[in-house]
Design a protein around this ligand. Structure first.
Ligand code: SAH
Length: 207
């Protein structure tokens, strides 16, 4: 948490506001990241760096998890959709901030492992499903927030359509140069976009 605060001081006001959102750092402190990584990475789990989780995928750097969580402006009554369950770490952090988390993962083995780890950690409000995140989870929507933890080439319109008015979609956009964007669905249906910072994510693959 100290490292997150030190690094955050170098970032923009909007990013700092995301990290300072009520409950975000407490949620980060409350989740044991080591439970979501392999045996060989136990010591590295508490470094502010991304880690491999198998299948060519990575668990994001804690600073980025904090920024993305806060950028959603989460509230206890919210329902949030995550695309890219991966290790389940981001979902576990969100589970402490919102009412229900729905998470879609395209790699079956990762989804299954995340489900086991989350259950073992006593997390009950995360629902994991195997599938292509491009479709979202229409039966569970509309959502107060959607977080995509893989980089999309363009704005994923199907996901935007599953946001409530006022809902926020946090998504890394771009291929080689990526920015973390926050798209807000206004009451009149139009979309407001704000770019927070440059990031590097694995690609959002076509299912
Ligand atoms: N949020 C994760 C990190 C995810 S890495 C964590 O906290 O550990 C990105 C994840 O997105 C990978 O697990 C990858 O398999 C998944 N992914 C990529 N394309 C996808 C798609 N089309 N639908 C669902 N998941 C996808």
């Amino acid at each position: 948490i100290r490292e997150i605060n030190t690094e955050a001081a170098l970032l923009s006001g909007e990013v700092q506001r995301a990290i300072a959102w009520p409950g975000v750092l407490e949620a980060m402190a409350g989740v044991q990241r080591e439970q979501f990584v392999g045996k060989a990475d136990q010591a590295a789990a508490y470094c502010n760096a991304p880690l491999a989780i198998g299948h060519g995928q990575t668990i994001s750097q804690p600073l980025i998890v904090a920024i993305m969580s806060g950028a959603l402006r989460p509230q206890a009554c919210h329902r949030v959709l995550e695309i890219g369950t991966g290790s389940g770490y981001q979902a576990a952090v969100l589970a402490r901030l919102v009412g229900e988390v729905y998470s879609v993962e395209i790699v079956k083995e990762l989804a299954e492992r995340a489900g086991v780890v989350l259950a073992r950690s006593g997390v009950k409000n995360v629902h994991v499903r195997v599938g292509d995140g491009h479709h979202g989870w229409p039966e569970a929507g509309p959502f107060d927030g959607i977080i995509v933890t893989a980089a999309a080439d363009g704005v994923p319109e199907t996901l935007v359509a599953q946001l409530k008015p006022g809902g926020r979609l946090v998504v890394p956009l771009g291929r080689t140069r990526q920015v973390l964007a926050v798209l807000t669905r206004r009451d009149d249906g139009s979309i407001h976009r704000e770019d927070l910072l440059q990031v590097r994510f694995v690609p959002f693959v076509e299912g």
